[in-house]
Write a protein that binds this ligand. Structure first.
Ligand code: GFP
Length: 838
């Protein structure tokens, strides 16, 4: 293959002109890109044209590094981490890339000197919402850290044409609007049409004997779909590494249409094309019932097959045999969504590359690691046998074979234990038969991990307890982390500058350095600056809320924020019970002394999740009453900000005083928003759930507002027989709050509107809001007290940020590299003629 430098035209000073970093060069690049790529001149250019020109100008400055990175990986034959994830919630690229390349201020200046509004252009970018929430965002943080740590890595996923829906609020209800992130073009991706891959579906299998008289199976599919890779560069901070995120788009292969056309079935051919392309049309929202989600299994198989075939191609290109595949790639399964990969790699190795089963199995197990992200039983994926058989007949056979061998081992170790066998089996036979994807992932991987210490313990004890008993050595914990580049530097430049002025800039890639801030805790001037910074950011958010949502909020009030997907276990409605409690106190005694608070909510509910949507309606209905009651005198404000996404998170985390992390203990695997808040100096009110526990350990229990039952207590209470009625009857305050909702007070007299929610609490309360209510209210009262002493609050705020080193995704990725992937950094050096430029 000819390399870049070998092509004469690319060796000359031409590069300097194209991607240099002088102001003049950047200015000219902007003009060039506007003209030559967008085909516009200033007289006709729209703001989007300017944004595109700017984005291309930045992307151009990443290409040398990107190319070099890929070239070094290929030449050196390094081990590559392959992160398989059905979701990547990247957020806007522009600012992040400018920060990572170290050219944010420079480019901003040039843009402004050119007479353009940098902030306006920055805000035009449509973020790729290719994920639902925490899981997808974690994948994005991990891609950032992999590049920053110079680890050879590739992210594989799906290029959904429609990402997570946009949310509007109408009359207090969520309305879903189709996402259109691609409608004006995506300057960050490059399609690699020549690297297209074919994926088979459906049909049947056929047994035969090959020329060496070996028994073999061939798969005769009834559909073939093309996977077209679209590559996005993922820059590291302050390094030359630019890794690749490769997202697959489904297309119909021309040959199939052509055949149909020849026999006159033109509409059939077009229809098949549409059906094929449907595979990557839309991201499935979380918490939707899995019934009839055939397309989702198709999506999963499609991207996993493309990715594994791609990896095999790259491995074989190195001239190696497939026996060493696992030395080329460490493949991480981000939850069970890509776990069909276990059967697919077996199929590729055994059927297509004729490797013996036992050896193929060894390669497969050595290749995969599996990260679990949820303890909710209803969220564990399983597919009916009939669906599986129709879509992936060969894989079902392979899964049967894996299962038979696996259960043989189990039987040998635990003779006569049919219950255990039934629990461990890859096939659920308790009623209608299902393939259990978590079991497939567990059997097919050499490493299994949870995402916070408590979560891993609960996995070992409950959800994957039998697997843990069988293979304790496979299990480990990898507490989640988030990237400080996006979640402090990009989103909170004021705070980032303050920190850097005090301790230098090393903390950006060594977050544990934030500890040095503790030395300034007694420095009154520093505390003042810290407080002022938070105040300024709250002021910006207040202005934004006023301008965009017409609600006046007081930036001096305590900003109490809960932003995350809507789910009953996350308990946004517990937060509402607190709001109503405060409101009731004011109504009972309008002159009561109360710490002014602004309650800010954000988050999407799955379109089919009625209760979650009703909680959104409740928040807005309570807000309507509270915000407009003259007795409240603006001391309380409730704001539900629509369309929570990465950009919204960047705006709101920095402005929070209080972070609501109030899930029922034992339900939230980790949480990552909890980390983003604390890094930006918010204090947490939270349960002993997920990573809250570790955050509290790090920041100190005196700097954390704890409440609620522990996981053990939740289990105990449930097993004793939990009766929410008792709490309702025995706690007059709680009773008043619930009665107020039931009476129609927040629903214009309609006593039916919130009945499903109230009844669910009164008669079931599966997430034990009533059991935790009083403890939550007490903790909130402590928050009020604490907030009144601003000096003390500021100290706690500084300590929270200073002690967040552990929660950098750099730490998490390092652990994965050392303990699961066996991956090491590879320095990317640039030729001298490129260095000092882009
Ligand atoms: C899921 C879990 C979270 C966890 C993330 C990332 O997030 O507790 O922090 O994955 O591991 F529930 P959601 O997709 O539910 O937001």
């Amino acid at each position: 293959m000819t390399t870049f430098e070998q092509v004469p035209v690319f060796q000359c000073e031409f590069e300097d002109d194209r991607t240099g970093l002088s102001k003049e060069t950047i200015k000219r690049a902007l003009a060039d890109n506007l003209f030559y790529i967008q085909g516009k001149v200033p007289a006709t250019a729209t703001p989007n044209d300017y944004y595109m020109a700017l984005a291309y100008t930045v992307r151009d400055r990443m290409l040398q590094r990107w190319f070099k990175t890929t070239e070094v990986y290929t030449k050196k034959g390094v081990k590559v981490v392959s992160y398989l994830s059905a979701e990547f919630l990247l957020g806007p690229h522009l600012s992040n890339n400018l920060i990572n390349l170290g050219i944010y201020d420079l480019v901003r200046q040039v843009v402004e000197e050119s007479g353009l509004d940098f902030v306006q252009l920055r805000e035009i970018e449509e973020e790729p919402g290719l994920g639902n929430g925490g899981l997808g965002r974690l994948a994005a943080c991990y891609m950032d850290s992999l590049s920053t740590l110079e680890i050879p890595a590739i992210g594989y996923g799906i290029r959904y044409e429609f990402g997570i829906f946009d949310q509007e609020i109408r009359d207090g209800w969520q309305v879903e609007i189709t996402d259109k992130w691609l409608h004006l073009g995506n300057p960050w991706e490059i399609p690699r049409l020549e690297e297209t891959i074919e994926v088979k579906f459906g049909g049947r299998t056929e047994a035969y004997y090959d020329e060496k008289c070996r028994y073999r199976v061939r798969w005769i599919p009834d559909k073939v779909v093309k996977g077209v890779p679209y590559d996005t560069p993922i820059s590291g901070y302050n390094v030359n590494t630019v890794n690749t995120l490769r997202l697959w788009k489904a297309e119909a292969p021309e040959s199939f249409e052509f055949q149909a056309f020849n026999v006159g079935d033109y509409y059939g051919a077009v229809n098949r094309k549409v059906v094929s392309e449907n595979i990557t049309k839309v991201l499935y929202p979380n918490d939707e019932l899995m019934k009839g989600k055939e397309l989702r299994l198709e999506q999963q198989y499609f991207f996993v097959s493309c990715s594994l075939q791609d990896m095999i191609r790259l491995h074989l290109q190195k001239g190696e045999s497939l026996e060493t595949f696992h030395q080329s790639f460490a493949v991480q399964l981000n939850d069970t969504h890509p776990s069909i990969g276990v059967a697919e790699l077996m199929r590729l190795l055994v059927d297509e590359y004729e490797i013996e089963w036992d050896q193929a199995w060894q390669i497969t197990q050595n290749t995969f690691g599996y990260t679990n992200h949820t303890l909710l039983p209803e969220a564990l994926e399983k597919w009916t046998l009939s669906l599986f058989k129709n879509l992936l007949p060969r894989h079902l056979q392979i899964i049967y074979e894996i299962n038979q061998r696996f259960l043989g081992q189990v039987r040998a170790k635990y003779p006569n234990d049919s219950d255990r066998l039934a629990r461990l089996s890859l096939i659920d036979e308790s009623g209608e038969k299902y393939v259990r994807m978590a079991n497939l992932a567990s059997v097919g991987s050499h490493a299994i991990n949870g995402v916070a210490a408590l979560h891993t313990e609960l996995l070992k004890r409950d959800v994957l307890g039998d697997f843990h008993e069988l293979w304790p050595e496979k299990f480990s914990n990898k507490t989640n982390g988030v990237t400080p580049r996006r979640w402090i530097v990009v989103s909170n430049p004021l705070l980032a500058n303050l920190i850097t002025r005090k301790i230098g800039a090393d903390w950006i890639s060594h977050l544990e350095d934030l500890k040095q801030l503790e030395a300034f805790i007694e420095d009154a001037e520093f505390r003042r600056e810290w407080r002022q910074t938070k105040q300024d950011i709250k002021g910006y958010l207040a202005t934004y809320i006023k301008e965009n949502h017409g609600i006046e909020v007081n930036p001096e009030s305590l900003f109490d924020v809960q932003v995350k997907r809507l789910h009953e276990y996350k308990r946004q409605h517990l937060n509402v019970l607190h709001i109503i409690t405060l409101y009731k106190r004011i109504k009972d005694n309008p002159n009561i002394e109360i710490t002014p608070r602004t309650f800010i909510f954000g988050g999407k509910a799955a379109p089919g999740y009625f209760m979650a949507k009703l909680i959104i309606k409740l928040i807005n209905s309570v807000g309507d009453v509270v915000n407009n009651d003259p007795d409240v005198r603006d001391r309380l404000k409730v704001v539900f900000l629509p369309d929570y996404n990465v950009r919204f998170g960047q705006r709101v985390y920095p402005a929070a005083d209080l972070s609501e992390q109030i899930s029922t203990a034992g339900k939230e695997a980790s949480g990552t928003g909890n980390m983003k808040f604390a890094m930006n100096g918010a204090l947490t009110i939270g349960t002993l759930d997920g990573a809250n526990i570790e955050i509290r350990e790090e920041v100190g229990e005196e700097n954390f507002f704890l409440f609620g039952l522990t996981t053990e207590q939740v289990y105990e209470l449930k097993s004793k027989g939990y009766n929410p009625w008792d709490y309702y009857h025995n706690n007059p305050q709680l009773k008043q709050v619930i009665d107020l909702i039931s009476s129609g007070f927040f629903s214009h007299g309609d006593t039916n509107l919130f009945r499903p929610l109230v009844d669910s609490l009164l008669y079931h309360d599966p997430y034990m809001l009533f059991a935790d209510y009083q403890s939550y209210i007490d903790a909130q009262d402590q928050v009020n007290q604490a907030y009144r002493d601003q000096e003390h609050w500021t100290r706690m705020s500084i300590l929270n940020a200073a002690r967040m080193g552990k929660f950098s995704s750099d730490r998490a990725i390092l652990e994965y590299c050392q303990e699961i992937w066996n991956a090491v950094p590879v320095k990317i050096e640039l030729e001298e003629y490129i260095q000092g430029r882009a």
